[in-house]
Design a protein around this ligand. Structure first.
Ligand code: NOJ
Ligand code: CA
Length: 535
């Protein structure tokens, strides 16, 4: 079909992407750390699950001050994960499975161990000095009041050269100076290296932080709270959009590649800002907005959130949707109350996989992995180390994938870098695979239906019931194909009418048999029902 080859039908628009935290996915050499060979040996699993792409959190050489988000060489694979040949093999094998590979890319900062920074820090006249952001102090203190995202001043004093350098995150992660005219071409070369190798795209880490105020003006305080400030001069500067558009031009020289930008804004999220980075089709291809993650569990709040998101997406833009990632707690644990977690996870999954936009699934979400309890001595995340016991850090959502009920969940034969969640004894791929009503099979079934119904991939989204009495119903429609989705966010039985449609045939449902036909008048909806009909 000719149409399928046009930009409008790119794989990343109709596909589903699975986010792998490589350190925790599958270990093949018994050192307790997940690796590239581990991902390769799980490609059949991913293919059976029905995903079209994988995004790998960074596997570049890194001293791991922030587990890969501090890169010391963008062209070397960290030996913990394997070698460049393993990466090549991963691309080759993934492509054989029709799975694309998206690499993380950290453009905002490097590791302080990166030779660029080492040179930059070596003297004020080093040619790489202005690759990073160096300033003189002000009145015996840092240059201004800018705070890092992890707490404290974002400026670190360097005794050797008597100046401060800027870091949006930890001091081991100095920010690059994207106002330096050399920087874009330096990074275009890094991107080109990976594109030539065959990666299908990049997830751009904190891309909205990339440009800072030229005049280094102080940020206003946030409600007078000392820890926080409004990042007016350090985030979402106009220049960030310009840089992103330049990156897009470079990436567009290659066919069918994609850039997804992480646009983190403080809770409750800001979809307008996230969508602004799509720049009318000239910016990133997709933007992560985290508003949905910050929403409370209710049909109407999910509806409003998504409506707001779509209303901000430019005509030539495309939404993507996500429930959890390696920084934020696992979605299932955010759903309120201990009861009905499993049912809620199914409703949320049905929502994620049938609304308009490319779904991102965080590894383990498909088996309902929970945040694990991590003892102080097991904490790995520097944020956890810094803020325990007030904040446990992000390890809780990064524990090893639970493949089976074995001692280490089939993840490793050695000692895992983070303990497994003990619930691996019953919550694991092997056991859930054989349970027809498991969350895992629920994900698989919906992904299968999604694959067979272009309306679910690319169709218009038409709201039918917008949260009243805890019900969300909508249609997806394309070229005469129409699919109706009905979700009950509550534990109560409800009755609904869909005047726009007279009846539908069940494609998949938590409560109904496939192929059965139901009339949408006074239709009884079961507690936590998630049903997909062909209408
Ligand atoms: C966002 C990443 O997702 C997070 O894990 C990391 O700590 C920061 N960016 C800094 O790179
Ligand atoms: Ca390993």
């Amino acid at each position: 079909m000719k149409l399928l080859q046009t930009e409008q039908w790119s794989w990343w628009k109709h596909g589903v992407i699975y986010h792998i935290y490589p350190r925790s996915f599958m270990d093949t050499n018994g050192d307790g750390i997940g690796d590239l060979q581990g991902i390769i040996c799980k490609l059949d699993y991913l293919s059976d699950l029905g995903v079209d792409g994988i995004w790998l959190s960074p596997v570049f050489l890194s001293p791991n001050a922030d587990f890969g988000y501090d890169v010391s060489d963008y062209r070397t694979i960290d030996p913990a994960y394997g070698a460049m040949d393993d990466f090549r093999l991963l691309i080759e094998k993934a492509h054989e499975h029709s799975i694309r590979v998206i690499s993380d890319m950290i453009l905002n900062h490097t590791s302080d161990q990166h030779p660029w920074f080492q040179e930059s820090a070596s003297s004020t006249i080093n040619p790489k000095r202005h690759w990073y952001i160096w300033r003189d102090g002000y009145k015996g203190g840092p240059p201004n009041n800018w705070k890092s995202a992890v707490g404290g001043s974002a400026w670190e004093f360097d005794k050797r050269t008597g100046q401060y350098y800027y870091h949006s995150f930890f001091k081991d992660q100095p920010d690059l100076n994207w106002r330096n005219l050399l920087l874009p071409s330096v990074f275009f070369d890094e991107l080109k290296f990976w594109l030539d190798l065959g990666v299908d795209g990049f997830r751009l880490d904190v891309i909205n932080l990339i440009a800072k105020d030229k005049k280094f003006r102080n940020n206003p305080s946030f409600l007078g709270i000392p820890f926080f400030q409004k990042h007016v001069f350090t985030r979402n500067r106009y220049k960030s959009h310009k840089i992103v558009m330049e990156l897009r031009k470079q990436v567009d020289k290659y066919q069918d590649r994609v850039m997804i930008g992480e646009i983190y804004t403080m809770p409750p999220g800001n979809s307008e800002i996230a969508a602004s980075y799509l720049s009318g089709g000239l910016g990133i291809h997709m933007a992560f907005d985290f508003s949905l993650i910050f929403r409370q569990w209710s049909a109407s709040s999910y509806y409003k959130c998504i409506l707001d998101w779509y209303s901000n997406i430019p005509e030539k833009g495309w939404p993507c949707n996500v429930l959890s990632n390696h920084d934020l707690m696992r979605s299932i644990d955010r759903f309120p109350f201990r009861r009905h977690k499993h049912e809620k996870a199914k409703v949320a999954a049905a929502f994620l996989l049938t609304i308009k936009g490319t779904p991102f699934i965080y590894y383990g979400e498909e088996i309902g992995m929970r945040n694990a309890r991590i003892r102080y001595r097991d904490i790995q995340d520097p944020l956890g180390k810094r803020y325990w016991p007030f904040f446990m850090g992000r390890d809780r959502a990064r524990t090893p994938m639970q493949w089976n009920s074995g001692e280490y969940g089939g993840f490793t034969t050695g000692k895992p870098w983070l303990p497994l969640n003990p619930d691996k004894s019953w919550r694991n791929v092997e056991d859930l695979q054989s349970d027809g009503s498991s969350l895992l099979n629920f994900y698989r079934n919906i992904l299968k239906i999604r694959r067979n119904h272009t309306a679910l991939q690319m169709g218009r989204w038409i709201p039918l019931i917008t949260g009243r009495h805890g019900i969300l119903a909508y249609a997806r429609a394309l070229y005469g194909e129409r699919v109706v989705v009905i979700l009950n966010f509550t534990s109560k039985q409800k009755y609904i009418n869909l005047p726009e449609h007279s009846f539908g045939q069940v494609l998949f449902s938590t409560h109904r048999h496939e192929d059965e036909i139901y009339y949408f008048q006074d239709l009884k909806i079961f507690p936590f029902e998630a049903s997909i009909f062909k209408a």
